[in-house]
Design a protein around this ligand. Structure first.
Ligand code: ZN
Length: 424
């Protein structure tokens, strides 16, 4: 029998090797296609814009290489490098209450990882995003956001971790079922309060005001049989010129959010088509399905953790000598992604299937040509690559490749009227 440590090391090498290989493939593919946009986009995306998208993708991928090295070093450092054990030793001498020391270990782990990744995030925002004309944030604003995120994370995460560790200590064999119930409740609560309580701490949300657009949208919501607390505009332009739209919340709190940047990029017909796509996610119950899947998976994970929690080999194999509930949680959630990454094409496939379904819904509810022109405009304005590496895309892309997505939509167009290319 190979030791658990050697199994972990093998998974570590496979996952990081795979990630490196995928990133290098992506860089090579984008580089090779930088002067030749796909035929379907030859009329709608000027060569200079296509080249800009390639340069932008390459710049982000180079930071991705650094990020990968950092991610690997952090994981190794915390586990076999002895970092977690040192954190545990330091906290148990500072805090005499074991439960609170456990909370400290988990929060410390999160804060250290965040601090190590900070310089790269700063570089992304103020070097790459600025260089390509997307950044609208000042370093002061960036740090203020970071501070706010950290405080909210501590305010929500601290009590949650405390409750979870307490349940693990007191509930005996069935602790994982209790923790699962708490985790479900926490997620549902977060989904309910996020749109109205948390998101407004970072952005201003105003009800959509444009009269014509509002009427158009209300007519569309009526046709789709959708009742939401409203359609809101978010001041995304205060951080970035990237445009987007999303659907959030649960029950009566669900809302549709447009970035102000998206509204300024698209025509009313295009905005209607993007909204119809978002409604497609709602009509097909994609959010509910995802939540359901997440609940099933987290139950499986917790059952697995329950089996590992008292196994000495689990701790020793990952470089930790002490056996505490907090360390079990830390080791489990640190190392799980290493074992699961080779399965990520499955989740991406699931997500892309949903995108196709939402597109089909939008094509039927509005005109497929409008969604096509909206997407082309967004690909262009966001400098999104039209030529990702197919294997890279298989692993990482939550949305179908531009060529496939537009191709599918155009097959719906053929029964109505031909597509009109947008003007530059
Ligand atoms: Zn979508």
């Amino acid at each position: 029998m190979p030791s658990f440590q050697s199994i972990f090391l093998a998974a570590f090498c496979i996952t990081f090797g795979l990630k490196l290989w995928l990133l290098l493939r992506q860089m090579r593919h984008v580089w090779q296609h930088k002067d030749t946009p796909p035929n379907a986009f030859a009329d709608s995306i000027p060569l200079a814009e296509h080249q800009k998208a390639a340069a932008y993708t390459l710049a982000k991928s180079r930071v991705g290489l650094l990020n990968l090295a950092l991610e690997g070093a952090l994981l190794y450092g915390f586990t076999l490098g002895g970092g977690l054990q040192r954190l545990q030793d330091a906290l148990s001498t500072m805090v005499s209450q074991p439960l609170l020391a456990g909370v400290g270990v988990l929060l410390g782990l999160t804060l250290i990882s965040g601090a190590v990744e900070l310089p790269l995030n700063f570089y992304r925002q103020f070097r790459i995003e600025t260089q390509f004309g997307f950044n609208r944030q000042t370093p002061g604003g960036f740090l203020a956001d970071l501070l706010k995120q950290t405080l909210i994370g501590l305010a929500l995460g601290g009590p949650l971790i405390l409750l979870v560790l307490w349940l693990m200590g007191i509930m005996g064999e069935t602790w994982w079922l209790w923790v699962w119930a708490v985790w479900m409740g926490f997620n549902l609560l977060l989904l309910t309060v996020y749109p109205t309580v948390i998101a407004p701490l970072f952005n201003k949300f105003t009800p959509l005001e444009d009269r014509d657009l509002k009427q158009r949208i209300e007519a569309l919501l009526e046709r789709a049989g959708f009742h939401a607390s409203g359609v809101f505009v978010m001041d995304g332009s205060r951080r970035s010129s990237h445009g987007n739209a999303y659907f959030t919340g649960l029950g009566k709190n669900k809302r549709i959010v447009f970035y102000d940047t998206l509204l300024s990029q698209l025509t009313p017909e295009q905005i209607e088509a993007v909204l119809a796509h978002e409604l497609g996610h709602f009509k097909h119950r994609h959010i509910v399905k995802r939540i359901g899947l997440m609940f099933v998976l987290s139950l499986v994970m917790l059952a697995l953790l329950a089996a590992l929690k008292d196994a000495g080999w689990f701790y020793q194999g990952l470089g930790v000598a002490s056996q505490t509930n907090a360390l079990a949680l830390a080791l489990f959630f640190l190392t799980l992604p290493v074992f699961l990454f080779p399965l990520s094409p499955l989740m991406s496939l699931y997500s892309r299937k949903h995108e196709f379904e939402a597109d089909a819904f939008a094509a039927a509810l509005t005109h497929p040509g409008h969604l096509v022109s909206a997407l082309v405009r967004l690909y262009r304005d966001n400098a999104a690559t039209l030529t990702p590496d197919p294997v890279y895309s298989l692993f990482y892309d939550s949305h179908p490749k531009a060529v496939e997505r537009i191709g599918k939509l155009e097959s719906y167009t053929q029964v109505s009227q031909p597509l009109q290319p947008i003007q530059a």
